[in-house]
Design a protein around this ligand. Structure first.
Ligand code: GDP
Ligand code: MG
Length: 289
């Protein structure tokens, strides 16, 4: 008899420095090749995949769920909040403390708006007394009905296997989205495209209200970790093209470098971004496009 293969998407949320990357590196360990071979630069890696004989877990790193003032601004907050609804499980990492700050309360409010099961990870338990941990569990249990609460130490690799065990309990039967040892860059492409579009719309504000789209033509990683990204800004009119490019390319440069900085922050890797402007009439009516 064949055993059922489980799969699903898990949003990883929590404050900066709470240990998300550390946990991810431990969970994924040697079993998986992430798109970069430099784990220390994964600070805002969008997506990592864990696969074993039980199934496949796709982790979505969602930076900036808790504060609108984070460096990627409202854009990422929106993405993050959206993510909560669309994933199968939310994994929320917190510090080992009984203090619940405004950031945590904000997250709880967001979680109450979705039906997704939430697993609370109390991380860094290596830094506190064992008896204390029960207090933290109790504090958190009072503010939200978590599916599970798991104390772990990502750094010391304590109880991290339990995280996987529990996750598999909450995932249903599903397809293997990715190869055993690869991770797609597709979501990264989408995010890159949206960031470029956002910057373009910001700088062009009045001149070209909505008539642009962004397509990513190429996205590849060099051996040294640098990403080459080629993208088209597609507009509706020839006159728009001139505006987007700007005097001696100044506008396009401005859009490009602002977008590049955010993509770099998001990917945790240097990016070489090349932008082109194309005119495609009536693209908005063209479903295929
Ligand atoms: P992120 O910003 O949430 O991705 O946090 P990181 O994974 O980058 O970790 C931030 C810091 O916390 C690093 O210095 C880690 O070594 C440390 N850290 C992460 N997990 C633990 C843990 O379980 N115990 C201790 N003592 N430190 C940890
Ligand atoms: Mg991180």
């Amino acid at each position: 008899m064949e055993k059922c293969f489980k799969s699903g998407f898990v949003a990883l949320i929590g404050r900066p420095n709470v240990g998300k990357s550390t946990l991810m590196n431990h969970l994924i360990g040697q079993k998986i090749a992430i798109t970069s071979d430099k784990p220390q630069t994964t600070r805002n890696r969008i997506q990592t995949v864990y696969t074993d004989e039980r199934g496949q877990i796709v982790f979505l790193d969602t930076p900036g769920i808790h504060k609108a003032k984070n460096k990627l601004g409202d854009y990422m907050v929106n993405v993050a909040e959206h993510t909560l609804r669309e994933v199968d499980v939310v994994l929320w990492l917190v510090e080992p403390t009984t203090f619940i700050g405004a950031g945590e309360r904000h997250i709880v409010e967001k979680l109450k708006q979705v039906k997704t099961p939430v697993i609370l990870i109390i991380n860094k338990v290596d830094t506190v007394e064992k008896t204390e941990v029960l207090k933290f569990i109790d504090t958190y249990r009072k503010i939200y009905q978590f599916a599970e609460i798991i104390p772990v130490s990502a750094l010391k690799d304590i109880n991290t296997d339990e995280v996987l065990n529990v996750l598999f309990r909450y995932l249903g039967e599903g397809p293997q989205y990715f190869d055993d040892d690869t991770v797609t860059d597709q979501p990264m492409r989408q995010i890159a495209a949206e960031l470029i579009r956002e910057k373009a719309l910001r700088y062009l504000s009045d001149e070209i209200p909505h008539g642009i789209a962004v397509t990513i033509e190429k996205m590849s990683e060099r051996k040294n970790g640098l990403f080459d990204i080629e993208a088209n800004i597609v507009c509706e009119r020839d006159s728009h093209k001139g505006i987007i490019i700007g005097k001696q390319g100044a506008m396009l440069k401005k859009i490009g470098s602002a977008a590049r900085r955010e993509i770099e922050a998001l990917m945790g890797a240097p990016v070489n971004l090349q932008l082109w402007v194309k005119v495609r009439k009536e693209w908005r009516d063209n479903e295929l496009f």
